[in-house]
Design a binder for this molecule. Sequence first.
Ligand code: PLP
Length: 382
Amino acid sequence: MKNFEVYKLWPIEPVKAKGCKVWDREGNEYLDLYGGHAVISIGHCHPTYNSMIKEQLEKICFYSNSVINSLQDELAERLGRVSGYADYSLFLCNSGAEANENALKLASFNSGKKRVIAFKGAFHGRTSGAVAVTDNQKIVSPFNSAHEVTFVPLNDIKAVELEISKGDCAAVIIEGIQGVAGIYMPSEDFLRALRDVTYKYGVALILDEVQSGYGRSGKFFAHQYSGIKPDIITTAKGMGNGFPIGGVLISPVIKAQQGMLGTTFGGSHLACTAAIAVLKVMEEESLVAKAAELGNYLMSELNKIKSETESNAIAEIRGVGLMIGVEMESRFIHVRDKLLFEDKIFTGGAKSNIIRLLPPLTVKKEEIDRFLSSFRNQLAKI
Ligand code: PLP
């Protein structure tokens, strides 16, 4: 059997990783400013993470959600404290799409309604509901398209109110920062207005923090810059530092009923241990504050490069913390490949012309400087 070929692959095979470095099969060392797609939060193979997982592996890896698993309670308690959502409840699953699927179901159960408002450019995953609220017709099959979803422009509160005032909406779903679209931020004022309008019409507000959460933005969740509290928050990528785990944080106004949600694998002993280790390291190493500080530095240095570069290579720089999008003019779109193949630096991409910087939150200033100098040199060469 061979693998179903749905991914466009780079001809590189990482076989070892540590911190913000990865090594390929030939022994080449790479700087990782991609974090395996925003997943690596506390750095590759962090010693605390590895030793906690190894220890748990020797005890028990998995049983089932029909018995007590106190690691789930420990994780919920820690996540509540670190994120500032101690009064919310946690439902554990295995991925970002699954977290959003469960969030949409909860909002629909709670309201008895089914239409959902989502935003132009949104990406929420590939399961049935998650892909239906994703603004990319190429990945929505006829089977998924039966969901009732209306897309409105980001930051357009009038368009949102026009739709939800019709009275048939279960939820509005929005990313803390749009990642796959190329790093577009809802404004703080927009999020506050969105919170007001969703309260006014009794519609659940779901914040998808799958990519922008877990400290990446310089706050635990990106929406916390606006001071709002959504009804439901979803999380995944950085949560397990590579171990598959997703979570739905649910406001106390939404009440659980036995059987309304469920999963076989979600919240296993190993997954909880990975997620507890991530939060422990994030606290011990003050990674949220570091993401804010280094993100500011990276952003200001990138802005210097933008203004220094005579050829106007950079069209726009967007983002906050360690979630930054650098939109290149079309003549410069090969810079990302050059960074990878010539300078051995992994970065993320969006569309064909946006470089997405999503490094592990443990990235060091020297590593950011190495990227900045390579980036400057590559721009100068074109
Ligand atoms: N939501 C957002 C904002 C994402 O960026 C992603 C993945 O990129 C997902 C959901 C889907 O997560 P997963 O691939 O774990 O299902």
